[in-house]
Design a protein around this ligand. Structure first.
Ligand SMILES: N[C@@H](CCC(=O)N[C@@H](CS)C(=O)NCC(=O)O)C(=O)O
Length: 203
């Protein structure tokens, strides 16, 4: 088993943090997406969408999509639960992770991919206006998250979950996306300090 990644990219980081929280060690293999390593026929066979991370199982099965990889490990190693336990909690974690992924992460990634000159070769066409349009969307979700974190310790409730991982990685990615993090969001700052201090954040 191995995981193909580009270390500097946010989605592989989500998988690394997830595995670190569970104490699972899997070998990672570096592919530099900026140097065309995801465009080769060999990699395209593993993931037609030419994106990392990809988990390659010993029988050759290739699993792409961060959440699919996390789900695989959650099923094999249910403790500590990072995707909830029981119908209600699982649904809450799923809901919040989707808000963080489809809302926040998507807006931040769009600002980065459409705004950063280095991404012009990968994001075709690169539309600068779309980068700018996504910045206030990201900030609106960050403000909403700040409000939410006034009523619970973690993003999806009282336990750390994959929704915290997605949110923290998206917030850290605001820097390369050139979205200034607003100051004075007290609940967000309290939560961010807590989740960033976990050893897994360095994975
Ligand atoms: N929905 C996918 C997104 C994966 C993705 O966008 N990966 C980026 C790195 S964070 C990538 O491989 N980019 C390569 C490219 O844009 O060509 C997931 O959750 O894994």
């Amino acid at each position: 088993m191995r995981i193909l990644e580009t270390r500097s990219a946010p989605n592989p980081r989500r998988v690394r943090i997830f595995l670190a929280e569970k104490g699972i060690v899997v070998p990672f293999e570096e592919l530099d997406l900026m140097k065309g390593a995801l465009k080769t026929p060999e990699f395209t066979k593993l993931n037609k969408f030419q994106r990392v991370p990809v988990l390659v199982l010993d029988d050759g099965t290739a699993i792409s999509e961060t959440m699919a990889i996390c789900r695989y490990f959650e099923e094999l190693h249910p403790t500590p639960a990072l995707m909830g336990t029981g119908a209600q909690q699982c649904a809450m974690v799923e809901m919040w992770n989707r808000h963080m992924e489809l809302g926040l992460m998507f807006a931040v990634a769009s600002a980065f991919r459409h705004g950063h000159p280095a991404m012009a070769q990968l994001e075709v066409p690169q539309i600068k206006e779309w980068a700018e349009a996504n910045k206030p969307k990201a900030l609106a979700i960050v403000a909403m998250l700040n409000e939410e974190l006034g009523t619970h310790q973690f993003v999806a409730g009282d336990s750390f979950s994959v929704a915290d991982i997605t949110a923290m990685v998206a917030i850290d990615f605001m820097r390369p996306a050139r979205i200034a993090r607003p100051e004075g969001l007290k609940n967000l700052e309290r939560w961010y300090a807590e989740v960033s201090a976990r050893p897994s954040a360095k994975a």
